[in-house]
Design a protein around this ligand. Structure first.
Ligand SMILES: *[C@@H]1O[C@H](CO)[C@@H](O)[C@H](O)[C@H]1NC(C)=O
Ligand SMILES: *[C@@H]1O[C@H](CO)[C@@H](O)[C@H](O)[C@H]1NC(C)=O
Ligand SMILES: *[C@@H]1O[C@H](CO)[C@@H](O)[C@H](O)[C@H]1NC(C)=O
Length: 357
């Protein structure tokens, strides 16, 4: 082959790949707007999350979320499909098994059941007698990627859909695409009907109710902010900003006994890779290679949780700045003066004693 033929072949190959990437794969990622780096809302990074006690180490495969019932029994859902209980005497119980590796947010109900978000199967109720599906469709469309849930005093369930486009195993593609496919849903427990309250959310993640149930908070992970959704009569259905410019993508949020909130923050963009998230072209290419594209998301290198007052002011924060002990911390639940930390990268729940801020 002469040089010329060689060049022609190379050019044809390059064109074929470009055609494949830009024309045949219909992706149109948007620019990700990162919070200003001057938003140093937080005190200097500390290593508090490296001081945790490890509960159930080796027994818990990536326990994403945690709930506690009226008796003080702690629950978590793991990647191998177990709903596990931790009794007050310190012993673990493999309580119920669900054939799923996508169990996410959980909440205990007034009736004594557990409600679980399954990113493949919708909203499930787990009780002593077994598992029932509460909601698997909304407006005739299958519910995918149910993420977090909370029960209000009237028995209704508010829950988030992180993405109607991507699933849990491809969640990073939703961040790369940076187009809002998230929703806030409500399951009405008297009519058994599910409805959409908010649409076009940027990866709707944690949901929590305020202490007096005046409003609901829903976190939008890749918009680095949380919204307030009013439930009180005169403002019903209105939304406003609760907190923005967070120094990480907010994951789960839980109400604390004093009326403040604990929010886990994900480091979505690794330091130095901001340029990737600002380039539509680079993101388009990356999204064609899902395995490779995980490299552009940095959740396993760090852990941060923040305590936010009900008026949206940050009170305190705890970190593992290098992810040495805990990384990809997805939730923080306060119970009896301790913080319990869920994660999608460790095989234990972190337990940290709290002192007054
Ligand atoms: C701990 O409490 C549970 C629930 O009451 C009980 O089933 C279990 O046997 C107890 N374990 C120990 C070691 O006492
Ligand atoms: C709602 O579901 C429950 C449990 O399946 C059932 O007993 C009840 O009749 C249903 N209510 C309505 C209004 O469909
Ligand atoms: C739940 O459904 C019942 C029966 O259809 C209805 O009366 C009630 O207003 C609904 N609740 C909410 C919060 O929409």
């Amino acid at each position: 082959m002469d040089k010329r033929t060689c060049s022609v072949i190379l050019i044809v190959c390059a064109l074929a790949i470009a055609l494949q990437v830009f024309v045949l794969i219909p992706l149109s990622p948007d620019i990700l707007h990162l919070p200003p780096t001057s938003s140093t809302l937080l005190a200097p990074s500390n290593s508090k999350l490296q001081e945790v006690d490890k509960l159930g180490e080796g027994l818990l495969k990536k326990p994403e979320a945690i709930a506690v019932d009226k008796m003080g029994v702690l629950y978590t859902a793991t990647r191998d499909g177990w709903i596990k209980k931790l009794y007050r005497n310190g012993s673990w119980d493999n309580w119920k098994h669900i054939d799923s590796d996508t169990l996410l947010g959980i909440t205990t109900t007034a009736a004594g059941d557990l409600v679980v978000c399954d990113a493949e199967n919708g909203l499930l109720k787990v009780g002593e007698d077994g598992v029932t599906v509460l909601a698997s469709r909304v407006n005739g469309v299958k519910i995918r990627f149910a993420d977090d849930v909370v029960e209000s005093a009237d028995g209704n369930l508010y829950f988030s859909i992180a993405s109607t486009k991507f699933g849990l195993h491809d969640w990073h593609l939703d961040v790369l695409e940076a187009k809002p496919h998230g929703q806030l849903l409500m399951y009405n427990s008297s009519s058994n009907e599910t409805s959409i309250l908010l649409d076009n959310l940027a990866f709707a993640n944690g949901v929590a109710l305020s202490a007096d149930q005046d409003f609901l908070i829903v976190c939008e992970t890749w918009k680095f902010r949380c919204l307030k959704y009013w439930l009180r009569e005169e403002k019903m259905g209105q939304t406003e900003l609760f907190i923005d410019n967070l120094p990480g993508g907010p994951d789960n949020i839980n109400l604390a006994p004093d009326g403040s909130f604990w929010i886990a923050l994900l480091q979505l963009v690794p330091n130095g890779l901001e340029f990737v998230h600002r380039s539509r072209t680079l993101k388009h290419i990356l999204m064609c290679f899902p395995k490779l594209s995980k490299w552009a998301i940095g959740v396993n290198n760090k852990a941060t949780v923040i305590n936010v007052a009900s008026d949206g002011k940050i009170i305190r924060s705890f970190d593992d700045p290098t992810g040495k002990v805990m990384s990809f911390v997805t939730s923080a639940l306060e119970f009896e003066n301790h913080l319990y930390l869920g994660t999608l990268n460790c095989d234990f729940i972190g337990k940290l004693q709290l002192t007054t801020p």
